[in-house]
Design a protein around this ligand. Sequence first.
Ligand SMILES: NC(=O)c1ccc[n+]([C@@H]2O[C@H](COP(=O)([O-])OP(=O)(O)OC[C@H]3O[C@@H](n4cnc5c(N)ncnc54)[C@H](O)[C@@H]3O)[C@@H](O)[C@H]2O)c1
Length: 341
Amino acid sequence: MKYQLENKKIEIVVASKLSNELTLEQNCVYVIDKKVYELFQQDFNSISDETRILLFEANEQSKNLASLPKIYAFFKAKNVHRRTLIYGIGGGVTTDITAFAASTYKRGCRCILIPTTLLGMVDAAIGGKTGINFENIKNGIGSFFPAEKVVLDEKYLETLSNSKLQAGMVEIIKMSFLSNTNLPELLERNATLIDLIREAIKTKMDICVHDLEDKNTRRMLNLGHTFGHVLESVSDYVISHGTAVSIGIRAAARLSRNLEFIPKSVCEQIENRMDDHNLPKSFPTKYLKGINKNGREVLKQDKKADTQVNLVLFKNLQKLFVYRTDESDEVLDVLREFAND
Ligand SMILES: NC(=O)c1ccc[n+]([C@@H]2O[C@H](COP(=O)([O-])OP(=O)(O)OC[C@H]3O[C@@H](n4cnc5c(N)ncnc54)[C@H](O)[C@@H]3O)[C@@H](O)[C@H]2O)c1
């Protein structure tokens, strides 16, 4: 699949032989998720000079400013220059920080991403957003810097936990509600996961080519995320991003129904599509206290909000729009409906 993101040509390939993709040029450097390296060491045998590999301990805490000097020092030691190919291989954490480092080192180097989680394949490595966490702001520092190539290999999915697979599936289902996609049809006929991945990438890229910087249609990809952010935040990130967004999509459907943008039957269709894939539908009641105490503040601070809360809601099953409201309570009330022990 080939795309043009602003002035950059992007290629997305499903690899037949990954080792060929790893040695496209001499003197490449590789930032590899340590766990992925340990699980799939034989894949990296084609890299003849091991000193060109930096293993990265990937988690939300390491996706921060403190990790950057190590990565930049590695680039410096390996004489990385603007034409050097920098590979980021791993989940969203590794591809986000590697792409960010590539976008800033020497004012921008070449970058190839090899996502190894489902979320990475359909979302994090696709569409050109890079980022690191800053203090308590998730992805508080970042850039728009599409990788010139993204290489997928579905064998990496075999070692993922169910919850990690589910997190990626939530994003695929989210994209199935966009208007420019064949995902509903593929889901209907139980298409293979790789076909769903291909279509999800196409769906996201078709949006990003027109709106790389999130000014317009790309905002629809935030479906479920504003509600979800409240749950992640009040649970101190114990509720995972995937679970939070899944509940967030259901909350968006319920609020759309409450405000009479969609009838009850469409709300049910949305929730049924989520249920068909066993996606999370409730959170523990113990977090209600946090919603009551801090929910309004989280909504206020959400980066997508200006003076009002911006929510992506449903106009129908396949049409989303941005709804702006001053009423934090109507948002939080819907969310509270999903508390269940
Ligand atoms: N840039 C974007 O547009 C964008 C979009 C969505 C999410 N993200 C970011 O992505 C990150 C989440 O990504 P993630 O869920 O991939 O998390 P992750 O990178 O933390 O990976 C999750 C865990 O899975 C392990 N792992 C990776 N590949 C594996 C494999 N094949 N088998 C077994 N274990 C494997 C990792 O070592 C890690 O422990 C967040 O930081 C989020 O902000 C970015």
